[in-house]
Design a protein around this ligand. Structure first.
Ligand SMILES: *Cc1c(COP(=O)(O)O)cnc(C)c1O
Length: 817
């Protein structure tokens, strides 16, 4: 199933190597070593093994002059690395055996690894899945990101409220990192344009008197599954150009002398914990430029080292920008080519556009990045000049084709002149890219119809779709060993390379013994999660209940409130008829709220307050439990996903670009209850409508209601369960010590206009949940549908997504042997 290193390497040598790493990296001898030390030793061994391949892959790539994909992303949510890396190297079993000999279980050791939370959610996780897949397929690639000292905050729940604590993932040192001080580049800010550079912006600019900070690379290897390719996650860390200001120090200003250094180095101190809303702060602006400038300098330096001219950039490098966060790459590449390498403007523009492409992740207005013009004026004056120049010639072309259409010019301009002037990063990214992709079919359609309608008309054919995917080795094979073994026992291991082979499971749908095995794998996963829940919260949950999970960032558009209102309705139903026949359910929530998003934080509080009342109501017993599992992260997701029966994907149609949590759970044999939104639609097409619980308004219906046709209260009047649930929330039933606490939630759903149509979808949602319960009562039927789901999820592998990117955008090929 996984390759096995011990077939090619002497076991004793591996053992000696492990002990050597123990001594070298922890100073311990085997007798005295504890679990943490063995973790250090095992990572040390993995590093050694991976570096050999890494070097070989690098040589091979250079020999072949292969084109590289460079994925620019402000976030890489990689999760723990030990298990995947050992497996990909074929060293997992032999390490497990060695650790057993010294009295440790490799799974327990792997659990001790910190999960570096260098991302917020789906966007960062996508970056990690794509990098994993490039290595598995053998496509040379770099992930370029930032080495935040503090990643995503750790979430604790205190009296029902989210509290945020800093998470220093480097507290034991970056065990996977290779510090590359040889790869250090100056990144400049502020300063001014010399007079001579001010006129014809096409001449090389003279950007002078800048403040300079250094970017140093830290590399993390990304080993591919049963592949010789090892790709690189290259993260930039900020360092001041001088350690301290000696003049100030000598003058007695000891603190002042290091202040500047501290300020510049804070550039990569912390990840912005915002998901789907533009953060709008100067430090974030500087971070984005830091990523873009260091990465592009690195690419150009590498090319030159290999003796290539810059003309060869488009044939050697593809830059993919993950959302608009790295969109400054368009202006920065122009600056590097024109100002620092002497290319003509037109030549540089041709290269830039052929190198860069852009993935859009959201259409929601509040998430479309716009930076105040004054940030550019003060911090990146040369880039503003370049942006103006690109904009001018673009608008001239538009004006020539549509004479007199001033309104069109206003809409497509890079500069938003409404109120304070801003730069629209999406317009810059669009015009500066040869391909722009959406991340699900419907999302791509909506891009063409809404936000990018004008640009699509002006530059037709640039927008394409590449539906997201997930790394099946992590999310299915790694997270769900019972199911992995069952699958392989029937269809072999080919599905680990080519997930579409899961289709071969279809004949087993009608095999009762297989169904029983499939069910017991799920039951074992549920039991494991139940044990974890009991250990963490003291609550015991029934493993025969439906494990009903909504795990994702807390956001109004994702509609945790819809799930919660349903849970309150179920609660009332049991209370009104305690002797009735009720399907038992365990409702599992997990997710973080952005620290400044008050409504999302209040939703977390409400979930916890409802949970407290329901879980301690003796009338309810096992029939309904509501859980909020704190600190959602890749590691926690790996625990929950295999245990889920029912996957909740209930965003308002038109708001979730794709979703990837939906894919992880369906792959693991969960049935989905979902709106016709994002990749849900394609999942439903793949697994068959009869094996998917679809409900709710369509995007067209939502669009209609949004044109002033929505009256939330009319839905409220028609549904007694809904009225009762909202009344209880609003009148303090769940918050007796502060009866008005949840009024803001009730108000937003009623008089506030219910922006995400929770009330409109409620009745339909409750209805389909009743169908779900009926289906669950027939376990054979449920299992049939679950198997059909798993069997048809092949196209949602990130391997497939990477193949699409490589063919449709990057024009890259796997390395030859
Ligand atoms: C998969 C994943 C996400 C994305 O979930 P969605 O349901 O698609 O929003 C977010 N966070 C983590 C930790 C994940 O693993």
């Amino acid at each position: 199933m996984f390759p096995d290193l011990s077939k090619v390497k002497d076991k004793e040598a591996i053992r000696r190597s492990l002990e050597r790493h123990l001594l070298q990296s922890t100073g311990m001898e085997p007798e005295a070593a504890q679990a943490q030390h063995w973790l250090g030793a095992t990572i040390g061994l993995a590093r050694e093994l991976v570096s050999e391949r890494w070097a070989e892959a690098r040589r091979k790539k250079e020999r072949q002059g292969a084109k590289e994909a460079c994925y620019f992303s402000m976030e890489f949510l990689v999760g723990r690395l030990l298990t995947d890396t050992l497996r990909n190297l074929g060293a997992y079993d032999v390490c497990a055996e060695m650790l057993t000999r010294v009295g440790y279980n490799i799974e327990d050791i792997a659990e001790l690894e910190v999960d570096p939370g260098l991302g917020n959610g789906g966007l960062g996780r996508l970056a990690a899945c794509l990098l994993d897949s490039t290595a598995a397929i053998g496509i040379p690639a770099y992930g370029y990101g930032l080495r935040y000292e503090f990643g995503m905050f750790a979430q604790r729940i205190k009296e029902g409220w989210q509290s945020e604590e800093p998470e220093q993932w480097l507290r034991f040192g970056g065990r996977w990192e290779f510090a590359r001080s040889d790869l250090t580049y100056p990144v400049r800010y502020h300063g001014r344009l010399a007079e001579s550079g001010r006129d014809g912006a096409t001449a090389p600019g003279q950007w002078i008197e800048c403040a300079t900070v250094l970017a140093t690379a830290f590399d993390i290897p990304a080993a591919g599954y049963s592949s010789d390719t090892v790709n690189t996650l290259r993260l930039w860390s900020a360092r001041a150009t001088h350690e301290l200001d000696l003049e100030r120090f000598n003058a007695g200003d000891h603190l002042g002398a290091v202040l500047d250094k501290a300020q510049w180095e804070s550039l990569t101190r912390v990840l912005y914990p915002h998901d789907g809303t533009a953060a709008g702060r100067e430090l974030r602006f500087k971070q984005q430029y830091f990523l873009v400038s260091a990465s592009l300098q690195d690419i150009i330096a590498r090319l030159k080292r290999q003796g290539c001219s810059l003309d060869m950039l488009p044939s050697r490098i593809a830059v993919q920008i993950n959302d608009t966060h790295p969109a400054m790459a368009v202006a920065e590449l122009m600056r590097l080519l024109v100002d620092e390498n002497g290319l003509t403007w037109d030549h540089a523009w041709d290269i830039t556009r052929r190198v860069i492409s852009y993935t859009n992740h959201t259409l929601m207005p509040e998430a479309l990045e716009r930076w105040p013009l004054r940030f550019f004026e003060i911090i990146l004056p040369r880039h503003l000049q370049i942006i103006y120049r690109i904009n001018d010639s673009f608008l001239k072309e538009v004006a020539a084709r549509y004479p007199g259409d001033i309104d069109l010019l206003r809409r497509v301009s890079f500069i938003d002149e409404d109120g304070e002037r801003h730069v629209r990063m999406a317009n810059l990214a669009f015009v500066g890219s040869h391909r722009i992709n959406g991340v699900s079919k419907i999302h791509t359609e909506l891009m063409k119809r809404t936000v990018f309608a004008d640009l699509d008309r002006l530059l037709p054919g640039r927008i394409i779709n590449i539906t997201n995917g997930v790394a099946s080795r992590r999310w299915l094979a790694g997270a769900n060993p019972d199911l992995r073994n069952l699958i392989s026992s029937k269809i072999g291991n080919g599905w680990m390379r080519d997930l579409s082979e899961l289709k071969q499971l279809l004949p087993f749908v009608e095999d009762a013994a297989f169904r029983a095995d499939f069910r017991s794998a799920k039951a074992a996963n549920k039991q494991r999660l139940a044990n974890h829940i009991e250990a963490e919260t003291g609550l015991s949950v029934s493993v025969t209940s439906i494990f009903d999970a909504q795990i994702k960032r807390i956001h109004e558009y994702k509609r945790q409130l819809l799930k919660l209102l349903h849970a309150v309705a179920l609660y009332n139903r049991i209370r009104n008829n305690p002797g009735g026949d009720h399907t038992a359910r365990t409702v599992i929530f997990a997710g973080k709220a952005a620290p400044g998003y008050a409504m999302a934080k209040l939703i977390i509080k409400l979930i916890n307050d409802v949970a407290r009342v329901v879980n301690h109501d003796p009338l309810i017993g096992d029939r309904l439990k509501i859980l909020f599992l704190p600190n959602y992260s890749v590691s926690l997701a790996e625990r929950i996903v295999p245990a889920v029966d029912l996957s909740e994907q209930i965003s308002t149609a038109g708001t979730e670009a794709s979703g990837t949590g939906n894919m992880k759970m369906a792959m693991n044999g969960a049935l989905t209850v979902g709106t016709l939104d994002g990749a849900n639609i394609e999942i439903r097409d793949a697994v068959g409508a009869e094996n998917f619980f679809a409900f709710g308004l369509t995007t067209d219906e939502v669009a209609y209601l949004e044109k002033g046709h929505y009256d939330a209260l009319s839905y409220l009047r028609r549904d007694n369960d809904l009225q009762q649930a909202l009344e209880m929330i609003g009148n303090g039933f769940f918050s007796p010590s502060n009866r008005d606490l949840f009024q803001p939630i009730v108000q937003s759903l009623t008089r506030g206009g219910d922006r995400f149509f929770v009330l409109a979808d409620f009745t339909y949602y409750v209805g389909i949940q009743a169908e779900i319960e009926a289906c669950y009562a027939d376990q054979e039927e449920w299992t049939r549908r679950a198997i059909i789901n798993t069997a048809n999820m092949g196209m949602f592998s990130s391997d497939r997504a990477v193949v699409d990117y490589a063919r449709e955008i990057w024009q890259t090929r796997p390395l030859a042997d």
